[in-house]
Ligand binder design. Structure first.
Ligand code: NCD
Length: 339
């Protein structure tokens, strides 16, 4: 895969060599993300960060990743204050914003919208989530996290067992992660969801055709047995016709210390794309696991920065420049990355 100047719209663009390349570059970004060194490889470049759906970590981490490479960030974060609310087409917005920016990250509630936008854009576009469809950078950071967590005790992605829990119908992160895992071998997927919120049939069929085992169940406690990773998701309330409809499913599956200890193998890694819904009636991932060593959710968010730095560096072709334009960090840096 040639990253230079390319749009990142779907995980189906990747092969294993491309994933390895992203992960190697992400590793080389660690000292910069950890504030041990700094670089101005993207000095003068502008990221157009266009978020037409709620976001905290995706928007922020893309912005920080670009800043850490020395670039500037401009952003729109509200559909109501953007010209899209005046009836402007994606085509026009893309033509305009791509004249102002060197690269664009876009999130939009409609499936397929980011691809449509990218066709009109004059600069590379990264999909920051298009409705329930895809979230490729999240899948890459999830896989990078899984790899690191499993490698820590000599396990691998090939042959692993992963449980995905929650709203598998609407969750774009599990759609993208599953499709990325098509490139690996002999994975056992245990898909735990209410019958109405199952993983789309086409994805399940693709997983089976790739030689993976897929078990679908609504029995969470049984499904949690014997996994390397448990990946929890939030009920995607914004994809339902009403809050009331989402309430039917909210709180159906909850992982806490007691359920984890009773059902999960000792080294099971706990992941969640975040935000977790911590309201009492939902609480899919309880705070009583916050200090558990296998809770990887904040390592996952930290990994999001280096993976996004890698994507920018590869697409804008500055991987080598990062090193030559590096210098030392002069400000006080606390030990926030120590664990
Ligand atoms: C996810 C998303 O927006 O799809 N969040 C994220 O980007 N980390 C998951 C979610 O909102 O539940």
């Amino acid at each position: 895969m040639d990253f230079r100047g390319s749009h990142i719209i779907s995980v189906t663009q990747f092969d294993r060599a491309a994933i390895e390349r992203v992960f190697d570059v992400a590793d080389s970004m660690q000292p910069f993300a950890r504030r041990e060194r700094r670089t101005n490889a993207l000095d003068g470049a502008i990221l157009g960060n266009m978020f037409f759906e709620p976001s905290t970590r995706t928007r922020f981490s893309f912005g920080c990743a670009f800043n850490l490479l020395g670039g500037y960030v401009r952003e729109t974060s509200d559909i109501k204050t953007s010209s899209i609310s005046k009836g402007e087409s994606l085509y026009d917005t893309a033509r305009v914003v791509s004249g102002y920016s060197d690269i664009i990250v876009m999130r939009h509630p409609q499936a397929g919208s980011v691809e449509e936008f990218s066709r009109a854009s004059r600069v590379p576009v990264i999909n920051g989530g298009d409705g329930p469809n895809e979230h490729p950078s999240q899948a890459l950071l999830d896989l990078y996290t899984i790899k690191k967590e499993l490698n820590a005790n000599n396990r691998k992605i090939d042959g692993m067992r992963i449980a995905m829990v929650g709203d598998l119908k609407h969750g774009r992160t599990v759609h993208s992660l599953s499709q990325l895992l098509l490139l690996f071998t002999h994975i056992t997927f245990t898909l735990i969801s209410p019958a109405e919120l199952k993983m789309p049939e086409n994805i399940v069929a693709e997983l089976r055709a790739a030689g993976h085992s897929v078990i679908e169940t609504d029995d969470m406690e049984k499904g949690l047995n014997d996994n390397d990773t448990v990946y929890l998701t939030r009920i995607q309330e914004e994809r339902f016709s009403s809050r009331l409809e989402a309430d039917i499913y909210r709180g159906r599956f909850k992982l806490n210390q007691e359920i984890y200890t009773r059902n999960c193998a000792p080294n099971t890694v706990i992941m969640h794309p975040l935000p977790r819904d911590s309201r009492e009636e939902a609480n899919e991932l309880d705070n009583d696991l916050n200090l558990h060593p296998n809770l990887a959710i904040f390592r996952q968010t930290d990994n999001g920065v280096v993976v996004r730095m890698a994507l920018f560096a590869l697409i804008l072709d500055v991987v080598d420049l990062v090193e030559t334009r590096a210098s030392e960090v002069k400000w006080y840096t606390a030990g926030r990355f120590d664990n």
